[in-house]
Structure formats: C-alpha cells, structure tokens
Design a protein around this ligand. Structure first.
Ligand SMILES: [Zn+2]
Ligand SMILES: [Zn+2]
Ligand SMILES: [Zn+2]
Ligand SMILES: [Zn+2]
Ligand SMILES: [Zn+2]
Length: 152
C-alpha cells in the first residue's frame, strides 16, 4: 500500500508537470530577445554623411587669392617700377611688369581650401540609429513574444 501511494503521487506530479509545461524558448535561449537582423546587433547603421555626401572634405573657394591660386605683390627688386638701374632696363625679376606673382600662402596655389567635414570627422559616413530595434541591437523574440518560454 505504501509503495502504491508513492507511485501514485509520482504520477500526479509527473502529469502535473506535463500539463503546465513551459520550456525555455530555443530561439532566444531564454533571454526574450534576439539579435536584430537589420543591424546585426550593433544598433546602428553606417549612413553616407548628409553634410559632405560622403566626400569627407569640402573644397572651398580660396578667398585670399579668389580662386586663382596666385597672389601678386609689388616687385621688390624694382619697387614696382618695372625697370631698374640707370639704363632703365626692364626688371629681370618681374619682366618689367612691376609685379611678381607667387603661390597663395593659404591654399598653396590650388585655388581652393580643403576643410574636413565636421559632421563625419572626415569619415564620409555617420552612424544612424537602427529603427528596427530602436538602437538597442536586439528585438523581442517573435517565438515567445518576449516571455522567454514556450508553454503548451
Ligand atoms: Zn537593429
Ligand atoms: Zn589661395
Ligand atoms: Zn621688378
Ligand atoms: Zn561628412
Ligand atoms: Zn524566445
């Protein structure tokens, strides 16, 4: 009789477990969340920089030389007169023009100034929050709806 009661209790116990069985969700390994497939868990996307359109730099017209790349100054040899000496020969430094041209010290003769894009720090790309997971890098498990277990 004692043995019978024991097994009966055991059966009740077992059936009880079976009927209320909840097993750990295998999709999310019981965490309730799965890695966002959209951003592969990083929570963000690389996006082309809207400010420089991915070019990383801005080439601005040089204001100092007005884009010509060259600056002119009075010839030091002839003091801008174009000729020198008693014979009034054409100055060899400025070929008689009285002016000398030299490369713009701001742009180095290129005519434009290159500045780094501040928005992307010259990377050409910026990080954009993943909207699928709202930047969390994970989304609620669709198998268990975030409850972490599958119940029968
Ligand atoms: Zn995501
Ligand atoms: Zn310049
Ligand atoms: Zn000169
Ligand atoms: Zn940029
Ligand atoms: Zn799950």
């Amino acid at each position: 009789m004692k043995v019978f009661m024991k097994s009966f209790t055991l059966i009740l116990l077992l059936t009880g477990i079976v009927f209320s069985a909840c097993v750990q969700c295998t999709s999310c390994i019981g965490t309730g969340f799965i890695t966002c497939q959209d951003c592969h868990g990083s929570g963000e996307h690389d996006k082309e920089c809207y400010s420089c359109n991915g070019r990383r730099y801005f080439d601005n017209h040089c204001n100092t030389c007005e884009g010509s790349g060259q600056l002119t100054s009075l010839c030091k040899t002839c003091q801008g007169e174009g000729s020198s000496g008693s014979k009034r020969e054409a100055c060899y430094s400025c070929q008689g023009s009285g002016f000398v041209k030299y490369n713009c010290y701001v742009c180095g003769g290129g005519g434009f100034k290159r500045t780094e894009c501040f928005t992307c720090h010259a990377q050409g790309q910026i990080k954009d929050k993943c909207f699928t997971c709202n930047g969390r890098g994970k989304v609620e498990c669709s198998e268990c709806q975030g409850t972490r277990e599958i119940c029968n």
